[in-house]
Write a protein that binds this ligand. Structure first.
Ligand code: IMP
Length: 187
């Protein structure tokens, strides 16, 4: 898909393009490979938003890792969090004693992530780190939240593409762009 796709007309601008994404994901894969040398971490994809980031990232990590998936409730047809986090699909494996890396698409207020981290710590993970594609630090509501690996710090804007959606759309855009407010109105 290229910039001629009709979906690009709903963007104000492209924030991070596919080449920049590829480069950063590669870098992050190397860091994780170094940091977890001699270990077999469980990399957990938070569905659906992190799906593309996840599949690209794990192929850049040279370790005998395992993967698992979790689905969490998202905003639905809105651009702001409701503050209520629901687990729609849980992990298949027990994380007791395991080195877990949560792979998230974006950390916004931090509510979703802090809930998830608390849950996995409670289940007895030996260690827990977070890899996020995007971080909107300006909007953080959970101030002491530590995001260990971040690909891009972004400004306070609603973004779509490369897995991120608005009302389940735009996930298949290969680049990340700022959604034009005319598309979502007051959502
Ligand atoms: P938080 O709980 O406010 O940190 O929200 C995190 C979740 O909200 C992410 O995993 C996304 O699913 C969603 N989200 C937050 N900001 C955006 C955005 O700009 N575009 C698309 N989804 C977003």
């Amino acid at each position: 898909m290229n910039g001629e796709s009709k979906m690009y007309q709903d963007l104000d601008r492209i924030l991070v393009n596919r080449d920049e994404i590829r480069e950063k994901v590669k870098e992050l894969g190397k860091r994780i490979t170094e940091d977890y040398k001699g270990k077999s971490p469980v990399m957990v994809c938070i569905l659906k938003g992190a799906c593309m980031f996840f599949t690209d990232l794990i192929r850049e990590v040279d370790l005998p890792l395992s993967i698992d998936f979790m689905a969490i409730s998202s905003y639905g047809k809105a651009t702001k969090t409701s503050g209520v986090v629901r687990v729609l699909k849980d992990l298949d494996q027990d994380v007791l004693g395991k080195d877990v890396i949560i792979v998230e698409d974006i950390v916004d207020t931090g509510v979703t992530l802090s809930y998830l981290m608390e849950m996995l710590v409670h289940r007895g993970a030996a260690s827990l780190k977070v890899a996020a594609l995007l971080d909107k630090t300006a909007r953080r509501k959970v101030p002491d939240l530590k995001v260990d690996y971040v690909c891009f710090d972004i400004p306070d804007a609603f973004v779509v593409g490369y897995g991120l959606d608005f009302d389940q759309k735009y996930r298949n855009l290969p680049d990340i762009g700022v959604l034009s407010p005319k598309v979502y109105g007051d959502a």
